[in-house]
Every structure is written in structure tokens, then in C-alpha cells.
Design a protein around this ligand. Structure first.
Ligand SMILES: *Cc1c(COP(=O)(O)O)cnc(C)c1O
Length: 369
């Protein structure tokens, strides 16, 4: 059996045509027609008013926090069970990440823990829609209104995911997307910020382009950054976006197949909770304990199947270590893995993967060779 990676981008003729257009026209930098087209099509897809492309998802988060006015010393509440970039973006500003736990059944941030961590210094909530699912946005937006907090949505893992028939990324003040190679749509490296507020996206655009003032050449009136996306990336992104619904349909079918072939095994698969239309960025399962998780990962690896462990709680990493234990984040982090989840994965490959897992539990010696 050939190596099955955890993820790989699905690229085709559409991407090739757009990249060649950049090369042939020499528009390879961050000016060119694909930038505006990608932004416009992205807003149309999500049903949001404004968007600005950026060079990756991490800077999208940094820019999002800057655009809503987060400053050094402010507190930003963030789930500890997330990718490190959500938290680093808060730290870049000198703001303080305040960690909260997640829910065992949905893996998303726990709104009750969220409310308990709000202080006078809290300025924003960084909502992370993890592994293609969605947070409880009804409760989160209610809390944000009650305490007058800004909401940034980290949608890096949840492009196309819906909560109560509305795309994630359209609830908060500003939202960030990533187009890294393993994300649902990719530009290689890339990202986007979106908002219904023109003012917020204008600020973000100002900051992402070195703080260049409007209508005056080479006059910069704030310290900005170069967070721009290239026309080449935007061309790839535009092509990817035209196939996004196909990718999502395929990923949902893959989830159905995993569910079917894992049936009856002592593993639990992360599923859509009520009101959520999931995009299953990465199929996520938990085992009953950490030792089993390690052994199954090893068995899969020996049989050419790549998996990855669920994130470590960020407050256990050296630079964020605070000696607080978040029970559910710890539970999921120790027992969870992601399985191969890219659109091109075949049913035979899924059967092969699930058979290996089945073999671990019911006939380990036979499967060893
Ligand atoms: C991928 C990811 C990011 C960062 O995106 P990059 O494009 O890799 O910088 C941020 N948050 C989450 C939750 C992610 O999964």
C-alpha cells in the first residue's frame, strides 16, 4: 500500500492556468487582477461585505486583532485547545491570552468557562472553530454583547462550515482564514480577513500595506507591516474557491465513510453538533486512553498511514506555561488523533486505514505483518 499522507492539496488545470497567467503577464507580486477577484469572490461565497487578502493565516489573526484596536495589556480570551498561531497573534501585540477549556462532545470552547474568565481588562474573544466544526455562536455573541467584547473568529480550520445556516466567519467583528497547504482551500501560504464593517477592513488594509496613507504616494502615517498576498497565490486561491463546494462535499463523504468503517470500534469520532454543518477539516477521533492512542498511531505509521496528534493545550507549552489544568482540553489532547482527510482519498484507502485500526483491537497479531 502506498503512503497515505494526512493531507495533500487538490490542484488542477484551473490553478495552472492562473499561475501561468501571472508568469506570462509578469504580475507575480502583490499587485494584479487575481487579488481583487479572489477577495470579491470570497466575500460572495461567505455572504460578507468586505475582505482583504494576506500572506498567511497567522498574520490574518494578528491583523484582525490590530484592526479592532486590541492593545498591549488587554486580555483576550482564547481556548487552550487550538493551534499555537491563535495565541501567538495575541502575544505579538503584547496583549494577554486568557485560556479557557473546551467541551468534550464538540471540542469547541466552553461558553461557561468563557464567561467565568471575563475581567475589566477583557477586550475580545478569540473564537476558534476547530477541526472543521463550529463554536456555539449564539451563546458567544450573547456574551460578547452583554460584556461589550469584540469577537475575532479564527476560521483557519473551518472554511465553509456553517452554524445555524450561516457561514462561520460572519458572526464576529472580524474573522481570519488560512490557506496553508493542508487547509480546505489553499494558496500554498496565504490568508484572508473578512468583516461586514468597511471601517475595520480599511484599517486592516492600511496596516497590511506598510501603513501607506490614502491618496499620498510614499507617505506612511502609522507603523504598518507587509502582510500582502502575491497575485500568484490569489490566482491559486481563486481557482480553489471555484471548487470549494466540491471539496467540502468530498470531505463530508469521507467523514461518512470513516463513520461507517469505524462502526463498532472503541473509538469516538468528532461529529456535527446540533445546528452545525461541518466541513471535517481533519477527521478527528479519540481513543479511551493515551497508551492505546500511541500504539494505534505507531501501527498506522508502520503501515504507511500518516496521522497527527490533537494539539497540546497551549498553556502547557514552555512560553505559555501556567500550571493550570484544563480538564477537557487535556483529555482530548492525550487521546485524540487526526486521520487522513483530503478530498482525493479513496474508499479503498479509508477501508485500509479503518481495517488497521480494527486489527489493533481484534486481531493485532495477524495485522502486524
Ligand atoms: C492553520 C491555522 C492557523 C494559521 O494559519 P497559517 O496560514 O499556517 O499561518 C491559525 N489558526 C488555526 C486554528 C489553524 O489551524
Amino acid at each position: 500500500m502506498q503512503h497515505i499522507p494526512i493531507y495533500q492539496p487538490t490542484l488542477g488545470t484551473e490553478e495552472r492556468i492562473n499561475v501561468l497567467d501571472c508568469l506570462d503577464s509578469s504580475w507575480i507580486s502583490s499587485k494584479g487582477k487575481f487579488i481583487g477577484l479572489f477577495e470579491t469572490e470570497f466575500t460572495k461565497y461567505l455572504g460578507i461585505k468586505h475582505a482583504a487578502t494576506v500572506s498567511n493565516g497567522t498574520v490574518a489573526l494578528h491583523l484582525a486583532l490590530l484592526a479592532i484596536g486590541i492593545k498591549a495589556g488587554d486580555e483576550v480570551i482564547v481556548p487552550t485547545l487550538t493551534y499555537v498561531a491563535s495565541v501567538n497573534a495575541i502575544t505579538y501585540i503584547g496583549a494577554k491570552p486568557v485560556f479557557i477549556d473546551s467541551l468534550l462532545d464538540t471540542w469547541q470552547l466552553d461558553p461557561i468557562d468563557l464567561e467565568s474568565k471575563i475581567t475589566d481588562k477583557t477586550k475580545a474573544i478569540m473564537v476558534v472553530h476547530l477541526y472543521g466544526m463550529a463554536c456555539d455562536m449564539t451563546t458567544i455573541m450573547k456574551l460578547a454583547r452583554k460584556y461589550n467584547l469584540k469577537v475575532v473568529e479564527d476560521c483557519a480550520e473551518a472554511f465553509g462550515t456553517k452554524y445555524k445556516n450561516k457561514f462561520v466567519g460572519t458572526f464576529g467583528d472580524i474573522s481570519a482564514f488560512s490557506f496553508f497547504g493542508n487547509k480546505t482551500i489553499t494558496t500554498g501560504e496565504g490568508g484572508m480577513v473578512v468583516s461586514n464593517s468597511k471601517k475595520i477592513i480599511d484599517i486592516a488594509s492600511h496596516i497590511k500595506g506598510q501603513g501607506l496613507a490614502k491618496n499620498t504616494e510614499y507617505w506612511h502615517d502609522i507603523v504598518g507591516y507587509n502582510y500582502r498576498m502575491t497575485n500568484i497565490c490569489a490566482g491559486i486561491g481563486l481557482a480553489q474557491l471555484s471548487k470549494a463546494q466540491l471539496f467540502i462535499t468530498q470531505k463530508r463523504q469521507i467523514a461518512d465513510l470513516y463513520r461507517k468503517y469505524l462502526l463498532g470500534l472503541p473509538v469516538k469520532m468528532l461529529k456535527e453538533s446540533k445546528g452545525v454543518y461541518g466541513t471535517y477539516w481533519m477527521i478527528s477521533i479519540t481513543f479511551s486512553n493515551q497508551a492505546t492512542r500511541q500504539k494505534v498511531r505507531k501501527l498506522l505509521s508502520e503501515n504507511s498511514v500518516e496521522t497527527r496528534p490533537v494539539f497540546y493545550p497551549i498553556n502547557t507549552l514552555p512560553m505559555y506555561k501556567d500550571n493550570i489544568t484544563h480538564k477537557n482540553a487535556t483529555y482530548l489532547s492525550k487521546r485524540g488523533i487526526n486521520l487522513p482527510s483530503y478530498p482525493g482519498l479513496s474508499e479503498d484507502q479509508i477501508i485500509y486505514i479503518c481495517d488497521l485500526i480494527r486489527g489493533y483491537f481484534y486481531e493485532p497479531l495477524i495485522r502486524k505483518n
